[in-house]
Design a protein around this ligand. Structure first.
Ligand code: SF4
Length: 683
């Protein structure tokens, strides 16, 4: 019997926990702790514990598929890749800007690097994006404007040193359980926990101060807290004077948000706003954590900048126990952004519109002219496909049929394409619509790196062989690039690709295999091989050109869609402990699926009573985009007037109901957290 322990990194949330995959005779049998990993020190949440369960599923894709006469037919790699290469060549020669590409936050840095390099150097467009757009696009855009760097400022471990932890728009206990462990470590040492959320989540239940507020009113709440802090003279005057600009404009603006005024907008009693403001401002070290409750709005970027304002105002930046900490949802969403799987930047956030940087990349890659026109974002791609302006798409490891807003619109858009290629591990709802399906390795079958939410770059390692004819994502992309005539994809391994990554990505330059092999790995920025890495950003100065943090005076703007007589509820969507994103992996995990086998809509008992709805009864939830039938979960864990649906479940898809019409002007984020909805009991 051959028993192997392979140390690797979790494929689910952005915490980046490490563990051993245990295989017996080439088959995964379980996970065992890897206690030396400093992220989780041997602890895991249920998703990590059962992360091996979907790998050997019988419904894994094992061979390329080509759709003929509406049916998928098995094909050889040569047939499938020749078809993809010839179609993409023909279409790019007609107009490269009519092609669009979705990369993947589930794939490795090496996969994402190869993918965006293919799009830019072989196809000749910047139309490459991935689902960071729908989770933390506003974090990148907002923090870049205020701090000069669009990433989590502190490490996970740093949070354990906070005196106050303020969570707004994050249900950390369920979504980032091993980050929650750090919050609890802080609490055990006497820290106070504040949670602002429209839902009385499991995280909120453990808070010292819970602020139930109306979804979409974050700016008003944060401005009001700053109003109180300045009125009480609790701002950090030294920090504001020496480290920031724009304070006077901010101070004038927040005068309009005394707690009594903010109460009318947010629904939060004025005294509660005051109490939260004083608690946060009086702490020696206050950490602010947020997630998609802040970002998934048409004002997502402004929400993020408001969190920066609050932390700079109180000097809570650049020290352990402080910071503005966006908790990235997917295992490698940070890395996919770092690798330039975004329509406006090359690897390392080097802007495509900057001609000098374009020339630098051209020299590094040894390629022809690179486009300096910003590409389309995820939702813009779907609109363009719907209108016939995008005619071909290549989607690697994403499932926009479930993850993108307005599912009927997405389906119509994908069906309107002349050519759709999907590369994945299962025949997802999106892959089912493809012309060609390319079967890829899962995370347990490949080598490479993931970059976690705390900017820690860690190895994943191959534990078992992929089934059938599956291949590595970067290898498939490289093969297509080569068949399209490129000689820039002669990679032989993930390590080979990483060497190129560090040569063009300044933040990764000092990372080499020896350093990354250590359990603690490295946090970027790590500019040279002597540099120790940077667990805490902005300690001495911000990453802006003059080194100063920038206050942004931001007014409250209401959501793009508000309740009315026809649609009287606010629908908000989100995630849960046992499932992850579009469910393509967790719903194929027997243990996780057994815990929560289908979706539900949370509704407050007051609202349920008015509508005659009892717990577990089937209801119809309807918005201007569509309707779904779903069991009701009657619970006082949600405020009256608001309902919540998790978005993991295709059979009652929350994104049938959301809208992709209005977008955040900076990050192009749709209004995923606020939709006007109606509910009726089904007979
Ligand atoms: Fe995996 Fe996140 Fe759970 Fe850690 S906390 S085991 S990274 S899902």
């Amino acid at each position: 019997m051959n028993i192997q322990y392979t140390p690797t990194t979790c494929p689910y949330c952005g915490c980046g926990c490490g563990f051993n995959l245990v295989s017996v005779n080439g088959k995964l049998k379980g996970v065992e702790p890897w206690k030396r990993n400093p992220v989780n020190e041997g602890k895991l949440c249920p998703k990590g514990n059962f992360s091996y369960e979907f790998v050997h599923r019988e419904d894994r894709l094992t061979t390329p598929l080509i759709k003929k006469g509406g049916e998928f037919v098995e094909a050889t790699w040569d047939e499938a890749l020749d078809l993809v290469a010839s179609k993409l060549t023909e279409m790019k020669e007609a107009n490269a800007e009519q092609l669009a590409f979705l990369s993947s936050a589930r794939c490795t840095n090496e996969d994402n690097y190869a993918f965006q390099k293919f799009v830019r150097t072989v196809v000749g467009t910047n139309n490459v994006d991935h689902c960071a757009r729908l989770c933390h696009g506003p974090s990148v855009a907002g923090l870049a404007q205020t701090f000069g760097s669009g990433a989590m400022t502190n490490s996970l471990e740093s949070c354990a040193h906070a005196d106050v932890v303020f969570l707004i728009g994050t249900n950390t206990l369920e979504q980032h359980p091993l980050m929650w462990r750090r919050v609890l470590q802080a609490k055990e040492k006497g820290a106070k926990i504040i949670v602002a959320d429209p839902r009385f989540t499991p995280s909120a239940k453990q808070a010292d101060l819970y602020i139930p507020f109306q979804s979409g009113t974050d700016v008003a709440l944060l401005n009001s807290m700053m109003n109180v802090i300045i009125a009480e003279g609790l701002e950090d005057k030294e920090f504001v004077k020496n480290r920031t600009t724009g304070y006077e404009e901010l101070k004038e603006m927040v005068k309009k948000y005394p707690p009594e005024e903010a109460e009318k907008i947010t629904g939060v009693p004025a005294d509660l706003i005051r109490e939260a403001a004083l608690m946060y401002a009086k702490a020696d070290s206050a950490a602010l954590l947020f997630s998609m409750g802040i970002t998934q709005h048409t004002v997502g970027t402004e929400n993020v900048m408001s969190t920066s304002n609050l932390s700079m105002l109180t000097g809570n930046i650049g020290r352990p126990g402080t910071g503005v900490n966006p908790l990235r949802g997917q295992n490698n969403v940070q890395g996919a952004c770092d690798m330039g799987a975004l329509p406006v930047v090359y690897p390392g956030y080097q802007a495509v519109i900057n001609e000098e940087l374009g020339e630098k990349m051209q020299t590094s890659w040894g390629c022809g002219d690179l486009s300096c026109a910003p590409g389309l974002t995820v939702v813009e791609m779907m609109h363009a496909a719907h209108d016939g302006d995008i005619t071909g798409m290549y989607i690697m490891g994403e499932n926009p049929m479930i993850s993108d807003p307005d599912q009927q619109h997405v389906e119509a858009a994908l069906n309107n394409l002349d050519f759709l290629v999907v590369q994945d591990i299962f025949l997802t709802e999106t892959a089912a619509l493809a012309d060609v399906v390319l079967p890829a390795f899962s995370w347990a079958e490949k080598d490479g790196t993931f970059t976690s939410t705390e900017r820690r770059v860690q190895y994943i390692r191959k534990a078992v062989d992929g089934p059938g004819e599956t291949r590595d994502d970067w290898e498939i992309v490289s093969d297509i690039a080569t068949r399209m005539g490129s000689d820039l994809f002669k990679f032989t391994s993930a390590e080979d690709i990483f060497e190129e990554v560090r040569s063009v990505t300044p933040q990764y330059a000092g990372m080499n295999p020896e350093r990354l092999s250590k359990p603690e790995a490295l946090h970027w920025p790590c500019p040279d091989e002597e540099h120790p890495g940077t667990p805490i950003l902005h300690a001495e100065k911000f990453a802006t050109p003059d080194g100063l943090g920038v206050f942004k005076a931001i007014e409250f703007k209401p959501p793009a869609e508000n309740p009315d007589d026809e649609y009287p509820f606010i629908l908000t969507t989100g995630r849960m402990l046992f499932h992850w994103h579009t469910g393509s992996m967790t719903r194929r995990s027997t243990t996780l699926d057994r815990e929560v086998p289908t979706g539900f809509v949370e509704i407050n008992p007051e609202d349920a009573a008015k509508l005659g709805i009892k717990n577990k009864e089937m209801v119809k939830v309807k918005t201007r985009r569509g309707e779904i039938e779903v069991p009701a979960k009657v619970t006082s864990d949600i405020i009256p007037g608001t309902v919540f649906i998790p978005f993991h479940f295709a059979e009652c898809a929350a994104n049938m109901l959301t809208s992709g019409d209005a977008l955040d002007p900076f990050a192009k984020m749709p209004e995923l957290k606020v939709s006007a909805a109606s509910i009726e009991k089904l007979e």
